[in-house]
Each structure stands twice: as structure tokens, then as C-alpha cells.
Design a protein around this ligand. Sequence first.
Ligand code: SF4
Length: 461
Amino acid sequence: MKTVRIITLGCAKNEVDSEEIAGVLANKGFRVDAAAEFADVTVINTCGFLQAARDEGIATIRAAVEEKRNGRTGKVIVAGCLAQRIGKDIAKVAPGADAYVGVGHMERFDEIVELTIGSNDTYFEIPPPHHRWADVPTRARSGAPWSAYLKISEGCDHKCTFCTIPSFRGMHQSKPIERVESEAKHLARTGVREINLIAQDVTQYGYDLYREFTLPKLLAKLNDVEGIDWVRLLYFYPNRLTDEVIDAMSSLDKVLPYIDIPLQHVHPEVLRSMKRPWDGDRYLKLFEKLRRAMPDCAIRTTFIVGFPGETEQHFDYLIDWMKEAMLDRVGAFVFSREPGTLAYDMPNQVSAKVKRSRYDRLMKTQQLISLEKNRSWLGKRIQVLIEQPADENWMAGRSFRDAPEIDGLVYVQGTEIPGEMIEVEVIDAEEYDLYAKPIRRARNTRGRVKSLRMVAPSNPL
Ligand code: SF4
């Protein structure tokens, strides 16, 4: 039995791709073991989004090639976005690997590994990006058994001037609705209680297949999947968060009132040069509508600071807007000048020093807002998915307000069981995290999630 070690870099979409690769290989008799002393093959599933990610990818490839020289691995396969973005030249940038494979080849990775093992020539498989989804049951699981990402589509049709993703992930391609549903059922059978739906833009789901935006229909199907308690959505595109989507989110029990909606900026002039929709006023109206439909919803966004041409006035406008919008979670990136993007050649590039100071100012502003938002939960009850011990007296978990890996935590007194859902009462709050005492196990969570998410102490339930 040949052993394969898979190293995953980059985003949650890459994590899903690696799980599909692992499943296909295990299905064909390979032993997939990330901690193997010796691996016949090391697969590096790379990220190509920003310069920092590319540097990390090249360093990881060099380390694996060095391991090959030291006899710790037999062959090295480079896969994913970095290979897709750079193409065959990647063998010059990161030489020494035995195969270089682009994105979307998960379902035939067993053939690629066999080919690589059986040949001494360098193998290339980097056609234009096209995603073929591996068979559902083959998807292996890494990470917490109770929580999983579910990729509902790949690629993107938008043309944001700072972004390279469409160039290497390709145009938007939805997974057929039946396939997404069967993957959710498969995950539920493996013990998953929380599914996090991901894509480059979840709101565009289905249009390429069904000539209509089908996210509400998909959510209704996922809401009926036995065993799943929470359905969370990540990556909304602002002008596609329609009334139909909001109605579905506010009426379906298991769909969490959690909205991750990257805005990138709010000043109309900056948004125009980013080729992004709407403006700060229209975003505020959208959030008002969301909060009317789901009063306890949690809203997360990300901003880019230091985009070419961003003036102090533009940035001050953003800071004032944040104080008015009062969002629960805000992440930020300093603008990365990416070759191959329109923004790369734009005039009025902002200095690294100014970018840095704007980043710090934005995060400081949000820290105060986040603290105020968290304090509004003091004394309220909320449901928590327990994940791991924080120390001998506290467990760490997440509420509906906390997406995995990017948001805060809820620390719960006592020793609860990882993977359990329990109802807690919030007793303290910090900028990003909450502290709580357990009230009771979340009885019969199936279908009652909504009422248990936030209960005023006066409501006996
Ligand atoms: S919507 Fe997202 S993935 Fe698509 S081009 Fe814009 S930033 Fe890139």
C-alpha cells in the first residue's frame, strides 16, 4: 500500500479539494497520512491568491523537494491555484517536483499519482481551469468531525480589479443541487452537525445550470437533511442578497442568521475603481433589511485598505461608515498589487507605511465596535457548539455568530463534550470572545435551533 501525504495551503475551498483528493486516493487503496514518516508521494495543494501565499507555496515545495533528496518522500506533486496561476513556468519558479497539476482534477487524482510514481519524467496537467466534482462518498474528512465546509460552486464571473481568482479558478460553475444535497447527507452520516457553505460567491449559485439563482431552493433542501443542525453561508456578493434569499434565511430553522458579505470598501469612488457594486448608503439599507428580518443576525465583512487612489477622505468615510453600520465582525487586508490585475497598473499607488497605518486604525475602530456588540449579549442565552478544552475549567466553542477559523469563540465554564450543542448564558464579553455558563444540553436541536439561538431570560421556553 502506497502512502500519500497531503499538505493543504490557502482557503477553505482548498481544504475541501484536499479532502476530495484524499477520498479518491483512499478509495483506490492508497494510505493517506499527513504525519507519515515516509511518504511515497507528497501532494502540496497550493494557493496562488496573493504574493504572500505564493511565497509560502514556493517555500513548501522547496522543503518537499529537499525531503525527497533526504529520502523522506519518493515523489512530489504540486497541485492547485499556484500551479494553475503560473502554468508550466512553475517548474522554473519551484523546480524539482515530479508533477505539476492545476485546479479541479480531484476526481482523477489516483491516476495522476499512479502516473507520477510510474515515470521519471516531469508530468504537467494544467489545462484551462475546469472543475469536475469527485463522487460524493469518496470525500474523506479532516478537521473537526462535527463541522465541515461544503463547496457549492467554484470560480467567479465578477471582475473586481484587484482580484486574480477568476484567472486561475475560472468562471462560475455550480455543483448540481442533487449533488450538494447528497454531499450534505454524506457529511451528516459522518457526524457533521454544522455545514459551512462556501464558494467565491454563494449568491450566484445555480444560474449557470438552471438559468435562475437557486440559493433559496438549495437552502430549503439542506434544511431537511437529517442530522444537520446548522447551515452557515459564507461569501455573499452584495447586490445579490435578494429578498428571496433573506426570506429563506429567516424562515428555515437550520439556516443561521450569519451573513459573511465582503464589501471591500464603501466609498462610491473607490468601489467604482474596484469594479464593485453599490455604495455605503445602499449597504446600510441592506443591513437594515437584514436586521428587520433577522434581529439577532451577525454580519461579517472584509475591507481592503490602501487601494490605489484611496485618499484620507475616502478612508475617513469608511471609518465613519463602520461606526454607523456597527457590524459584528470585520476583517481587513492591505491592498496587494497583483500582477495580471487592472489595479496593478493603476496610478496613485498608496505607500506601504500609509497602508499599514490605515489597517491599524481600521482594526482599532472595529475592536471598540465588536466589544460593544459582544457586550449586548450579556445575560442572554445562546446555543454553542462545543469544540475543545480551553483549559481545565473552560471549554471553547462557537455560536451561530462565529464561523470556524475566522471569528471569535465562546468560552463555556465546565467540561462539556466536544461536538455537543449546549445552551449557555453569557456572563462576560471581550472584543472578540464571549464567556458563558452552561444552562442545559440543547434538547432535540433538530428543527428547534432558531428558538434556542437567543432567548431573553424572561422567556421560559
Ligand atoms: S467576487 Fe471575489 S473572487 Fe470574484 S473577482 Fe471579486 S474578489 Fe475575486
